[in-house]
Design a protein around this ligand. Structure first.
Ligand code: ZN
Ligand code: ZN
Length: 264
């Protein structure tokens, strides 16, 4: 099936933005680059910003929201987020011209898509991942989460493609000489970010449940490398005998380059 095309405009602590394209819709999940940079990265994909139908936010942290106000108001794009996330924005004095939509935590329709937000544990006022359904195909994104439990696995299971956080190598984080202990505890804690091994364990479960394509995202610049993230997942998948050469695709999203599912 190829009803949902996924592109990562960039991912990491300096900005996150994912483009989802279907036959009749184009949406962004998060808008963490400046409006100008978002336009530039969309251009690389041949997308005009006026083609974007909606922006769906995961949470209020700057690396997910930096450009949303300017981008959404300039191109008159509606913003969708949980009420707690929206309230946080209102406190910051949002532009009046923005169209804000409260998504609560139930499934809802947007154009020809079914959007299914699911709550995850993170140190923001609220944080959710998204599953998106289009013509029998499912896509899911889960970044910025302290842990993955069975409820989250259940929400994501059955997706053809999953974008999932592989934030840090636990050893590199522990040994990082520049991070204070309190920051290390925050990142590794249950409201922080997912380690490579936690990500690999989740991917292994999801692969057993049928997911074929994985994009590792939100890698830490200081406490991870592309190779470490990918090899941790591949090694873990190999323990269940998964064919990581032929059966599955595992790509790694980076901060600076645009990644498209078709270019794996
Ligand atoms: Zn965050
Ligand atoms: Zn983040």
């Amino acid at each position: 099936m190829n009803n949902i095309k996924v592109s990562i405009l960039g991912s990491g602590s300096k900005g996150n933005c994912t483009l989802i394209e279907t036959k009749d819709s184009k949406i962004l999940i998060d808008c963490g680059f400046s409006a100008k940079e978002t336009v530039k990265r969309l251009e690389i994909l041949g997308i005009n910003p006026t083609q974007i139908n909606g922006i769906f936010l995961t949470h209020e942290h700057k690396d997910h929201t930096l450009g949303v106000e300017n981008f959404a108001s300039k191109f008159e794009i509606p913003i969708f987020a949980h009420s707690l996330t929206l309230r946080e924005y209102e406190k910051m004095g949002l532009k009046k011209s923005l169209t804000l939509n409260d998504i609560a935590t139930q499934d809802f329709y947007f154009r020809e898509l079914t959007i299914s937000p699911f709550e995850v544990s993170h140190d923001s006022v609220h944080c959710n991942g998204y599953s998106i359904y289009c013509q029998g195909e499912k896509f899911s994104l889960a970044t910025d989460l302290g842990y993955i439990d069975e409820n989250i696995i259940e929400s994501i299971a059955g997706s053809e493609t999953v974008v999932i956080e592989s934030n840090h190598d636990s050893q590199l984080l522990r040994q990082n000489p520049t991070y204070p202990q309190v920051l290390k505890n925050r990142i590794a804690g249950k409201y922080g970010h997912l380690s490579n091994q936690d990500c690999a364990n989740a991917i292994t479960k999801l692969a057993e449940l049928g997911t074929k394509n994985f994009i590792l995202a939100h890698l830490s610049h200081q406490n991870n490398t592309t190779e470490l993230a990918k090899s941790t997942t591949i090694k873990t998948l190999n323990t269940i005998g998964a064919d990581t050469e032929n059966d599955l695709t595992i790509a790694v999203a980076t901060q600076d380059n645009v990644l498209t599912k078709n270019t794996f």
